[in-house]
Design a protein around this ligand. Sequence first.
Ligand code: AMP
Ligand code: MG
Length: 418
Amino acid sequence: MAQLSDDCFSGAGELMPTAQALALLDERLEVVCDAVPMALRAALGRFLAEDIVAGYSVPPHPNSAVDGYAVHFDDLDPECETRLPVTGRAAAGHSLGRASARGEAIRIFTGAPVPPGPDTIMMQEDCREEGSEVIIAPGIKRGANLRQAGEDITAGATILHAGSRLRPQDIGLAAAVGRTELAVYRPLDVALFSTGDEIREPGQDLPDGCVYDSNRHTLIALLDSLGCRVRDLGILPDHPDAIGGALEKARDGSDLIVTSGGMSVGDEDHVKAAVEAFGSLHFWRLAIKPGRPVALGQVGRVPFVGLPGNPVAMMVTFLRIARPVILRLAGATDLEPHAFRVAAGFDHRKKAERREWVRVRLEADGDGGWIAAKFPREGAGILSSMVEADGLIELAEDVTQLKAGTLVDFLPFSEFRL
Ligand code: AMP
Ligand code: MG
């Protein structure tokens, strides 16, 4: 198992552009999970821990793409019908058992191995049988309807790459080359707690001045969706000793500690004090909106990510910072979501040198395209805006004024597997 350095989040400057933050994470972090063999069925959604090299070609033998007749193209009259004797039969799983010579046609069915000799398959719709002969219409091309051995996969080719997340089609491809098991990374063990004297667990009383803990439940769901194993340490008061005790507990047996809250200026000190009792902590002030500083550090050798308490800021910083950290530690190689160009449905002014994420819903433009409609309320605490939204528009640092109709980058929540 890889060992991270003692202080892998150090060196963050004042206000940091997102690209710099991501580059730092990329450079400093590596997979900490061991590889384990996994049956195909259980491997879905896991991160592949090995390159998969095909032990077989697919298809393993030349075969017919249609029901019809296997023939030698040079036997066919290009202008008129051709009459050939039907001298054998090949079906899927039942080969002819011999080569086929010039001057004969072999009755053949979809998926049947094509015997040595014929180079073209006539579709049965273009033929008619008379007694033991077949009459073939002119006009076919050489090689038609014949699937070559290895036309999908050649033995020896790398077909799946370590670090990719296994999708149903990946599992199928592994099966197509005869694999029954794949090496995948074990799930990342993530310890989690909320901080705040005012935070209460749903189901309990809600005294004056308190709020229910939505962040921990959002985070558990986010971590589940990324395939992590969650250790839920509950809600902690704003007290360094309580936080210290939880960190000590979380350190053993976790690969990562994620918390929310306690990131406001007054609170930073005791979170910092608690983490620094065991390791190091740095506040990364990202040039993003919405967002607050994210605390990155280590408790012993275990990375620590402290997210802000405001529910939207928490989610956005999770997606921007915690998610790449998790994916990297868990063995994934593809960390960035794909953006799609859509038309902005709103005017927008923003500060330069800051990356901004706008919560939007997609609306059909009536012409086959999409318009991104902005959610009217923008506060970092308005969690319902994340529920209403289909995703986020990402406005780059150099944008200061956006006009409705301009094409912008849309990141659907589905790109984050939300
Ligand atoms: P903090 O980062 O602790 O200063 O919290 C900022 C805001 O987010 C405050 O209004 C908190 O009440 C709220 N908040 C903090 N933690 C949570 C949580 N776990 N669930 C919902 N709201 C929270
Ligand atoms: Mg707080």
